[in-house]
Design a protein around this ligand. Sequence first.
Ligand code: ATP
Ligand code: ZN
Ligand code: MG
Length: 400
Amino acid sequence: MPETKLSITPALTIPDFLVGEVQSKLAYVDEWIVNARVDPSGEKIDLDLSQPAAAERAGELAEKVQRVVASLVEGAFKPKIQVLEDHLDRPAPYTADPHTELLARGEISQEAQGIFTLGPLVTRLVEYFESRFRELAVSFGASPYRFPTLIPARYLERVNYFRAFPHSLTFVTHLREDLDAIDHFAQHAACDEHGLNEPAGSFAPIQTLLSPAVCYHLYFALADQPLPGGQVVATAVGNCFRYESTNLTSLERLWNFTMREVIFVGSKDFVLDNRETARQRMHQVFESVGLAYRVESATDPFFIGEFRKQSVFQSAFQLKFEIRARLPFKDSTLAVGSYNYHQNFFGRNLNISLPDGTPAHTGCVAFGLERMAFAFLAQYGLQPENWPAAVQVALQERIE
Ligand code: ATP
Ligand code: ZN
Ligand code: MG
């Protein structure tokens, strides 16, 4: 009888350092897969399917899964994780999953997968952490910017985004400027269980996407010219969009989230020194809010084809460090921010030049605001009287 569960033995055993990566990429393998679990042994993959798969379909699914495993695992070697700070054992009193209590109290409500409304408690916490991140920006004398939520497709193409992260793109369109098309849409558009059932041919070609990051907008604003004064420090907060499919769960992983970035553009030393200074300053901040976390080297979530090459490159050159906060309820960690160095990638691709004519280097310090609030709540719970004094006082001032 066709089954809605499928168990697959990977032809190559998945090493422990790739179990999470394979698991997150399985979400994009086939629309029938509603849930995928890689056994910690790396020797079994269990799939839940949206409908029963007969033998032929099951074979097809297994073949696609094997392909993903092979391309991530073949020739991979364990990256050396460099730990810059370790405060994971800082005591944190709460051990439950805050998601359940947040929902029960109406502090978050889900509009759709990965899309949440935040209530007053979470909003105040987000604003509090935002204020601490803004203080970091001020300490560097960063110039404030505001960037749009939309980003032109041509921009992302210029920095190879389509090749690196195709799976997480979010496209934007509008109705064609055509009276008949608009009238037809107005008459017939309807939502069913699959979404908006638009009449064929209503939409204009895609020229725009929802922005996946904040700092790209600055690099495009600086493109094709000499860098003013030879160095720039900027800051902005913005909506970011990454479609993470079945990995979208709670505030941990959202489709629409908010990032505060401090961005450095200049010489290699300027960027690397500032990135390091930012880490040291944030050390004080995280200490004052009592966060249990560690800072360690990491790689970006590249899609399957690019993953191996790019992640090896990123680890070798220590381009990314993540601030990983402890989530006691699941005995794991979650990245609440990252310290990034892009070498002269954007300077070269976007033709941003230093006074000596060479391409500028860039780096950014990026904080996920919802994740920061979520990780804090996972460690301290929803009762402000159990929070570290600094946070309690700051929130009290916000209410008065
Ligand atoms: P992860 O590996 O957890 O997906 P990332 O490497 O994609 O994170 P960055 O590109 O470094 O994340 O983005 C900076 C910060 O933005 C992250 O540290 C995190 O706090 C936040 N962030 C990234 N993706 C999401 C998301 N889908 N939902 C909520 N916050 C996110
Ligand atoms: Zn950035
Ligand atoms: Mg990451």
